[in-house]
Design a protein around this ligand. Structure first.
Ligand code: HGY
Ligand code: MN
Ligand code: MN
Ligand code: MN
Length: 428
């Protein structure tokens, strides 16, 4: 009867698109910047409101809700063989400054709706199904991406580092967590770690954050691999001084050192020999930041990624060499060159790729295999569980900006593929 319930479920599954769109719109109002932008930073008051909103939706869907010490939230639909490892799906709801309302959100609200779709179709899960809201996928507040999923994947290094991590306002990670009513009784985060094999499968629904699906008119992206991300923090220091009085030969301008390094990043990335290597200097701060004062300090943060880990690491090496050479030539001090993260890529599990392909075929949806150039919580869940990702098209591939958009039809397609994929993985 399990096969029959899958086959007739294709015809009987339907997504409640109005309420899903309404939820996306409502969630986007929990923001520190005006619409259409969304800014929702980890443990901020808006983040706490958004978390409450999601927990309420999980409750309304009959899921049992639990939260861990850093605020990863789990909504569980118990299966009829609860002793088997569960199948999980989920994503994030934190949003970088002035971004959009679909990144991450589609994979949380869509996951809850996919369980509603299954419940409404009369499906009974054998393996329990869990929706996970990962704490802080974005690096905005504490400089490290996928903070929640890295800890779930058992990162001792991160658990240790968080003990003396502060944000830009000098608030410690634990003070921020406690202000959102997490990490109350202890600073030992090993309680967050999940053992390898805790889930039989993890699948994340996400907007593509790239233009391919929309350009090629394809409804579903089936992710085969997630690119390898890395981030570096660099500080230069010089003597600074009066913009009028100090003549050029006497200067050691920390701002120009940063500018030269930013251009060196672009050069090394373009010279990598592959279009798949990318590099970005998204943060470049000058101190004291006065028009008539020669920058005495500069701080830049570099994001570089590639689907080939070795090629990416060669770029990091070259960036480091450039920083040292620039400092020497300009007689400034390279006071910090810190690699924050240098992660390997992740491969999706063959059996989950297969399940997503079959689900797309059953739904008559065009689909294609592709890589994810953005990182996701799936990159870390892949360390403790077989992983898969479903992409849906987004407008011109825009993301991390207010123009980010995905149509409710495309979102509904993603929710249906997720729902059918979950049935297959749950009945294994
Ligand atoms: O930056 C990323 O790739 C992710 O969207 N945070
Ligand atoms: Mn059967
Ligand atoms: Mn993002
Ligand atoms: Mn995301």
């Amino acid at each position: 009867e399990s096969h029959s319930c899958i086959s007739n479920s294709v015809s009987s599954i339907s997504v409640e698109t109005e309420s899903l769109q309404q939820q996306i719109d409502e969630l986007s109002t929990f923001s520190d910047t005006p619409a259409p932008s969304v800014t929702r930073i980890l443990y901020s008051e808006k983040d706490v409101l958004a978390r409450r909103y999601i927990k309420n939706l999980m409750g309304l869907s009959g899921l049992s809700v639990r939260e861990d010490a850093v605020g990863n939230i789990f909504g569980r639909w118990e299966g009829y063989e609860p002793e088997l490892t569960a199948v999980a799906t989920g994503s994030h709801i934190d949003a970088i400054p002035y971004s959009g309302k679909y990144d991450g959100v589609v994979g949380v609200l869509g996951a809850i709706e996919s369980l509603n779709v299954l419940r409404r179709s009369g499906f009974k899960p054998k393996r329990s199904l869990e929706v996970i809201l990962f704490t802080s996928e974005e690096p905005t507040r504490f400089g490290i991406g996928c903070l929640g999923s890295r800890l779930l994947a058992g990162s001792e290094a991160l658990a240790k580092a968080l003990k003396n991590t502060v944000d830009g306002q000098n608030t410690s990670f634990f003070d921020a967590a406690r202000s959102a009513s997490y990490a109350k009784d202890h600073e030992d985060l090993s309680s967050v770690f999940l053992k390898k094999g805790s889930y039989s499968a993890f699948v994340e629904l996400h907007i593509e954050q790239g233009p391919i699906l929309e350009e090629e008119g394809i409804s579903i992206g089936i992710v085969t691999a997630i690119a390898a991300p890395a981030s570096i923090k660099v500080d230069f220091e010089g003597n600074g001084g009066h913009a009028g009085a100090v003549l050029m030969p006497k200067r050691n301008d920390a701002g120009l050192a940063a500018a030269e390094l930013a251009l060196a990043v672009e050069k090394h990335v373009k010279d990598s020999g592959s279009i798949d290597t990318v590099g970005t200097v998204g943060i470049l701060e000058l101190h004291p930041g006065a028009i008539n004062s020669i920058p005495s300090k500069s701080h830049l943060e570099i994001d570089t990624r590639d689907i080939d880990e070795k090629r990416r690491n060669i770029v990091i090496e070259k960036i480091h060499q450039s920083a040292i050479t620039i400092a020497k030539n300009r007689e400034v001090r390279l006071s910090e060159f810190k690699i924050i993260n240098q992660d390997p890529p992740a491969l999706s599990e063959e059996s989950i790729i297969k399940a997503m392909e079959v689900a797309s075929q059953e739904l008559n949806l065009t689909h294609k295999l592709m890589i994810s150039r953005a990182y996701h919580d799936s990159l870390f869940m892949a360390r403790i569980s077989p992983m898969g990702m479903i992409f849906i098209p987004c407008y011109k591939g825009y993301s991390h900006k207010p123009e980010e958009y995905a149509s409710i039809e495309d979102i509904a397609n993603g929710v249906k593929v997720l729902a059918l994929t979950l049935t297959k993985l749950s009945l294994v």
